[in-house]
Design a protein around this ligand. Structure first.
Ligand SMILES: Cc1cc2nc3c(=O)[nH]c(=O)nc-3n(C[C@H](O)[C@H](O)[C@H](O)COP(=O)(O)O)c2cc1C
Length: 438
């Protein structure tokens, strides 16, 4: 049976699922309800000198019926006092001694300010500290948040100040709004960080209201760039996590964040080296109970795969990502179309001819002339009527010309209708580096 108990840099918790710093961790009452629901840990909404927030604060991108595929916010750190937050941290730790409570911190960039808040937070009983060097809006204009995370020397210096006094593990939360995240990760490591959290939100403007001509979110007719997160950012977050997980100059544990909404995404981040995962948008969208499915789903998958603990599969995908020059140039796949399940929508044909490599052909139909509406309309009509049409022309792949780009498979609306099949070329593996002697 899978055992999800987690030890992250000495911080123990019942499972690797933590709430990320944000609205769901804004108060002790919320964090306690989250722990009751099953979350293993929580990173408190960033604590600092209390600030004021604007109204409105959030905007989103919907895509094809999916609400909040991407979420953008211009919210700043906690607008509750440091005293209130610390008192509630102490209460939560008293009631949940075996759950992880990490305090996210952000104060002025002085040694005194940092060391003072660190001592007060640890006295309140927090299990660890997360330094917010990632917030991309509002605080960065005041020399905090991503203004620190984007300058490796500052990140190293402030981490060092914190480490001079910290008794609990120090996590540094990185901004994705930087050319090479490894520079910031290495700087945090040099400063003595025990672990990294990645990623914070990505600079964004989600859209412009075409009636008022005002970007969203609208604050009295003006807007501001915000931080993007949610399902849309997962691929970017995975890439950035992989960058730091595979960098020998980093080499410290990672708490993965960005677009995690279920156990599958959690497993992906762990496979890329993360010891815990953090969730913000999905908890804002669906509530704390999503963690039940995350726990069951991950445990079932681990049982199926024969992994007993998270450590058994943590990082297994890291060596499977390499530089392009090391990929095998002699590996070859081609598209095969299942004639029995093809609905004759022509999307693969159009994509291949207009957007790829012109190797899918439409043979003349045996019956009456083929439908002449657009491929998208045809696909929708065929799906609505529930199946293939006798007039549809079934596309044929010219395998000699197919480059195995995957586009037809990606656009095909019928699951498993197009498969990409490996062709045995007989040629031994050879990379670009080997071929060119580079
Ligand atoms: C409304 C909102 C407020 C946030 N506030 C904070 C914060 O105070 N401190 C922080 O480190 N991250 C903050 N974040 C960023 C999240 O912790 C997280 O890094 C980001 O949302 C990506 O995760 P997700 O895709 O699961 O939302 C906030 C995110 C949102 C949406």
């Amino acid at each position: 049976m899978a055992d999800l108990e987690t030890n992250f840099t000495g911080i123990r918790c019942p499972n690797p699922f933590w709430l990320a710093s944000g609205p769901p961790t804004n108060s002790g009452e919320q964090v306690m309800r989250a722990f009751d629901a099953g979350w293993g840990g929580a990173v408190w909404k960033t604590i600092g000198e209390p600030i004021v927030n604007v109204s409105s604060r959030y905007s989103s991108v919907d895509w094809n019926g999916q609400r909040m595929m991407g979420l953008n916010n211009i919210e700043l750190i906690s607008d509750r006092s440091i005293d209130t937050n610390l008192r509630e941290i102490a209460e939560v730790k008293k009631r949940f001694p075996h759950h992880a409570v990490i305090a996210s911190l952000m104060v002025d960039s002085t040694r005194e300010a940092w060391q003072s808040i660190v001592k007060r937070t640890e006295d309140a009983g927090a299990d660890g500290l997360e330094l917010n060097f990632g917030c991309p809006h509002g605080m960065s204009e005041r020399g905090m948040g991503s203004a620190v995370g984007q300058v490796p020397e500052y990140a190293c210096m402030i981490t060092g100040w914190v480490k001079e006094v910290a008794r609990t593990p120090v996590l540094v939360k990185l901004t994705p709004n930087i050319t090479d995240i490894r520079m910031a990760a290495r700087a945090a490591r040099r400063g003595g960080a025990d672990a990294l959290s990645a990623i914070n939100t990505i600079n964004s403007i989600t859209g412009i209201d075409l009636d008022t001509l005002t970007p969203r979110p609208n604050v009295g007719g003006l807007s501001s760039h915000g931080g993007y997160c949610g399902p849309a950012v997962k691929p970017i977050a995975l890439h950035l996590v992989q960058q730091i997980a595979s960098d020998p100059e980093v080499g410290i544990p990672i708490s993965g964040i960005g677009g995690i909404a279920g156990w599958r995404e959690a497993a992906e981040f762990i496979l890329l080296g993360c010891g815990t995962v953090q969730v913000c948008t999905a908890a804002m969208h669906y509530g704390f109970r999503i963690v039940e499915d995350m726990i069951d789903g991950l445990a079932n998958w681990m049982d199926e795969k024969g992994f007993r603990t998270v450590e058994d599969f943590r990082g297994l995908a890291v060596p499977r990502i390499t530089e392009w020059q090391h990929l095998d140039l002699n590996y070859r796949i081609v598209a095969r179309i299942n004639r029995d399940t093809c609905i004759g929508c022509d999307l693969c044909y159009v994509a291949c001819w207009d957007g790829a490599h012109q190797c899918i052909h439409l043979d003349k139909p045996a019956g009456p002339a083929a439908i002449t509406v657009t491929p998208v309309a045809k696909a929708e009509a065929l799906r609505a009527t529930g199946g293939p049409t006798p007039t549809a022309r079934i596309p044929r792949v010219d395998e000699a010309e197919c480059v195995g780009c995957n586009l037809c498979w990606l656009v095909c609306p019928v699951e498993n209708c197009i498969t990409m099949v490996k062709i045995e070329t007989g040629a031994p593996p050879q990379s670009w580096a080997q071929r060119t002697g580079a």
